[in-house]
Write a protein that binds this ligand. Structure first.
Ligand code: PLP
Length: 383
């Protein structure tokens, strides 16, 4: 049936009608007073969402553009950096850093396991000459559904004193607590098609004063992603280059929705959706990929044994119009991922779990009828 697609992937995420309608408006000039009003409101509400007084700059890019900006504005060729790698997006950080000839040391964990904060502590304590200029990691590793212990790793970075902490919060911002000022996170990257509830196209970078100090001496080549331009323009409620103005209209609407819901309620909703999904998947007899104590609030990875992951995905799509995500790199065909990020409600999870159960039955898996929805309902009813 036309127009019934339900996105249960960790980006792009579903977009509420209020935002969709704004995408269909006539664009306005980006040097107009009207646009500046939108920009001013969006900038203020982005700071609210990021829990920070730091600059939160908006780029016309995908999330990776924000990651690249986070590196090239604050570091210099040959700088030593520690990069946490336990999935596709951690690996991407290392790739970007290497592309700019940084001296990269990776701290790795098996995909599906969290990074070990102790390894960061040891590497940072061993750095007596303060050669490590930045610690770079992914908070919610979307490829595996693992949430890394950013708070503890950040504490070790603060004890080091010199290094910046640069974070990919693409699927944690707007899903779980990322208190930028309280923790003192220097650079935080995110993207519009995740917790922001609007389509792909905008990327966000928050920048601390400490990072702006590093900007003064950073010598990596940059132009379009030179955050100095964006900071200067943002102070005048404008952008250095032509922004996707309709995405700004949409973002204005979704930030208003988020403020009305409140940060604590948003985090509680994502936590509830996560727990309902995980309990339902267990009740359906499917092994989760990654343990409960390090589970991302944005996405749940499932590693089925008795059925093929890709068969589940293709039947969910063809029979129920529900899009699930597959595995990436060596996890291709081994896992499927259920996104529950952004504009997702209790009803969506009940629906997806019901469809998953029907799919498993069609694939002759051994499922107890009703087990998935019952388990999800138990969590959702308890709140
Ligand atoms: C989606 C995502 C990104 C950004 O990917 P783009 O395709 O460049 O938007 C980065 N990191 C994580 C953890 C993500 O989930």
């Amino acid at each position: 049936m036309d127009d019934k697609l339900m996105l249960m992937i960790p980006g792009p995420t579903p977009v509420p009608e209020k935002a969709l309608l704004r995408l269909g408006r006539h664009p306005i000039g980006h040097r107009s007073g009207d646009f500046s009003k939108v920009m001013a409101e969006v900038t203020e509400n982005l700071k609210w969402l990021h829990q920070t007084q730091n600059d939160v700059l908006v780029l016309a890019a995908s999330g990776t553009g924000a990651m690249e900006a986070g590196i090239i504005n604050f570091l210099s060729a040959g700088d030593r950096v520690l990069v946490g790698c336990n999935g596709k997006f951690g690996d991407r950080w290392a790739d970007v850093a290497k592309a700019y000839n940084l001296n990269v040391t990776t701290i790795e964990a098996e995909w599906g396991k969290p990074l070990d904060p102790e390894q960061f502590r040891q590497a940072l304590e061993a750095d007596a000459n303060k050669e490590i200029k930045a610690v770079i990691l992914t908070h919610s590793e979307t490829s595996t559904g693992v949430l890394n212990d950013l708070e503890t790793i950040n504490r070790h970075v603060k004890a080091h004193g010199e290094a910046l902490i640069i974070v990919d919060a693409v699927t944690s911002l707007g899903a779980c607590n990322v208190p930028i000022d309280e923790w003192g996170l220097d650079v935080v990257a995110s993207g519009s098609q995740k917790g922001y509830m609007i389509p792909p196209g905008l990327a966000f970078v928050s920048v601390s004063e400490k990072a702006w100090n590093a900007y003064k001496t950073s010598n990596l080549p940059r132009y379009y992603l030179d955050l100095g331009f964006y900071r200067k323009s943002a102070a005048k409620d404008t952008t250095p280059f032509t922004p996707p103005v309709n995405l700004f209209f949409a973002l204005q609407a979704t930030l208003q929705m988020m403020k009305a819901e409140g940060l604590d309620n948003i985090f509680a909703r994502h936590d509830r959706l996560k727990r309902a999904t995980r309990e339902a998947v267990k009740a359906l007899g499917l092994p989760l990929f990654g343990s409960d104590n390090c589970a991302s609030s944005a996405v749940t990875a499932v590693a089925p044994v008795s059925v093929e992951a890709e068969k589940v995905r293709s039947m969910m799509k063809s029979k129920f119009d529900i899009a699930l995500a597959g595995g990436q790199d060596h996890l291709k065909g081994k896992i499927f991922r259920i996104g529950h990020l952004g504009f997702v409600s209790d009803r969506d999870v009940v629906c997806a779990i019901g469809a998953l159960e029907a799919t498993l039955q069609a694939l002759n898996a051994d499922v107890t009828p009703g087990a998935g929805v019952t388990a999800a309902g138990r969590v959702l009813n308890a709140g």
